[in-house]
Design a protein around this ligand. Structure first.
Ligand code: SF4
Length: 454
């Protein structure tokens, strides 16, 4: 395998951002298609170190343009089973960000890569060099991988064909935890891989709560903690149940306090408003509270429009990420919609009022039939006023929460332009690090603010 590369490779480059002015090409991401996949194979099926590239190489790509991109790795070894595929796949994010001048974001079918001009000027000339460097890191850091082979693809027809197979693999992995629940186990798993971008983020992965990136479920966490004890995934003793509905456990709180550097010391795994799970930036979906209807909307990464609150995914993702507990926004993995404990402390599906049609269709099997038609999509409503009317018409359960339905429904006070109020309140007995409250599209009257110092 090649050992010399025209770029530096070091963990110190994790977190490096490539902005538009330093961009050579963009691969996959919101303007194109792509995915990453790791598949376990038999030893005789893997040619160690081999790279196949299907489609144009970076030397043939036009500066400033976006191209499709898929990365498939076949791995083999005495201890390599399908169980480890997810956790090896997630480390692609980790290792590729060690490469100076190369930025990797997200996971699975959401990957987004940027290659910088500086890397090109230093001699990067082929995606095969990237594949070789990544495979070298996989073998160095995860010694149970004895052989590894890569297929990189930039041809859109080939990517679309193979994407279907990849999605079947992701679905099979996600289905594994459906019959297992938090009450059946005494150990959860944690992940701090994203602390390079979100220093206080701790992902807590339970049978009822997949990771924010959607790439690691409880079984994957367990496999990772066993095969790579020094790695970023680890076991968390569940401890005492402090709030069954909210999903608060003493073991999780103790670890959160330690691994967040004391930024917070309580996490309620199934709560949207009280001590919510932190959000790093890799989440597949952002939840956002709309105070005007006392309901929660969810928007996925691929949705290009604006939500009824007037904001696109990118703006809300910016507010949500960073590893803090942000009341009013919550990052989740798509498979959490399928959890029977889905934000159960705050009403679960009965509090969900809006989702993009694509996302709603994708998780429709998990939405209770009695509410499915009462959840609006972009095809039904485009702003808060229309959303209110829709919810009333479809007798959504949140309407019963409104104090004066008639007044809310006919209110002319809500401005159509987005208004954001950003304040950091330090609450006694709260998270200690402060809670950012962001309300959009709301007209607010504040009578008085009382600040109590400890
Ligand atoms: S989102 Fe969470 S589980 Fe996924 S890689 Fe980041 S820290 Fe780990």
């Amino acid at each position: 395998m090649v050992k010399d590369f025209p770029f530096e490779i070091s963990p110190m480059f994790e977190g490096e951002r490539i902005r538009k002015d330093g961009l050579h090409v963009e691969l996959a991401g919101p303007k194109s298609k792509g995915f990453e996949l790791v598949q376990a194979a038999k030893m005789n099926e893997v040619e160690d170190g081999k790279v196949t590239l299907i489609g144009p190489d970076i030397s043939e790509m036009e500066e400033g343009k976006t191209y499709p991109y898929a990365m498939i790795y076949y791995i083999a070894g005495e201890h390599v089973e399908t169980d480890v595929e997810s956790i090896v796949e997630r480390r692609n994010h980790d290792f590729q960000n060690y490469i100076h001048g190369y930025m990797h974001l997200n996971q699975r079918y959401d990957i987004w890569v940027r290659i910088g001009k500086e890397a090109m000027s230093k001699g990067l000339s082929s995606l095969k060099q990237i594949a070789q460097a990544t495979m070298m890191l996989f073998k160095n850091e995860l010694p149970f991988i004895e052989r590894i082979e890569a297929v990189y693809i930039t041809d859109i027809a080939e990517i679309e064909k193979r994407m279907e197979e990849a999605k079947k693999t992701y679905d099979l992995r996600d289905a594994r935890t459906r019959d297992l629940h938090e009450e059946d186990v005494d150990t959860f798993y944690g992940c701090t891989l994203c602390q390079s971008f979100a220093p206080t983020n701790v992902c807590v992965i339970t049978p009822d709560r997949v990771s924010l990136c959607g790439a690691i479920n409880w079984f994957d966490g367990r496999a990772a903690a066993m095969t790579d004890p020094e790695g970023p995934q680890f076991a968390i003793k569940k401890g005492e149940v402090l709030d069954l509905v909210g999903g608060e456990y003493s073991g999780v709180n103790e670890l959160a306090a330690k691994l967040s550097g004391g930024a917070y010391n309580r996490i309620k795994l199934h709560s949207f408003f009280e001590y919510p799970h932190t959000s790093c930036g890799c989440f597949e979906v952002v939840g956002f509270f709309m105070p005007e209807v006392d309901g929660i909307g969810w928007v996925n990464r691929d949705f290009n429009g604006t939500a009824p609150n007037g904001l696109p995914f990118s703006t809300m993702a910016g507010q949500t990420g960073g590893g803090k507990q942000v009341v009013g926004f919550l990052g989740i993995g798509i498979n959490y919609f399928r959890s029977p404990k889905f934000i159960q402390a705050d009403g679960g599906w009965n509090r969900t009022v809006w989702m993009p049609k694509f996302l709603k269709d994708r998780v429709s099997g998990s939405i209770p039939q009695e509410i499915i038609d009462a959840i609006a999509t972009e095809e039904d409503v485009t702003n808060i006023d229309k959303l209110k009317a829709f919810l009333i018409k479809h007798k959504h359960p949140v309407v019963a929460r409104w104090k004066d339905e008639k007044e809310v429904a006919t209110s002319k006070e809500v401005p159509t332009e987005t208004t954001q109020v950003q304040d950091v309140l330090h609450l006694s007995g709260g998270t200690g690090g402060g809670i950012k409250i962001i309300l959009s599209n709301a007209k607010i009257t504040i009578d008085k603010i009382i600040v109590k110092r400890k």
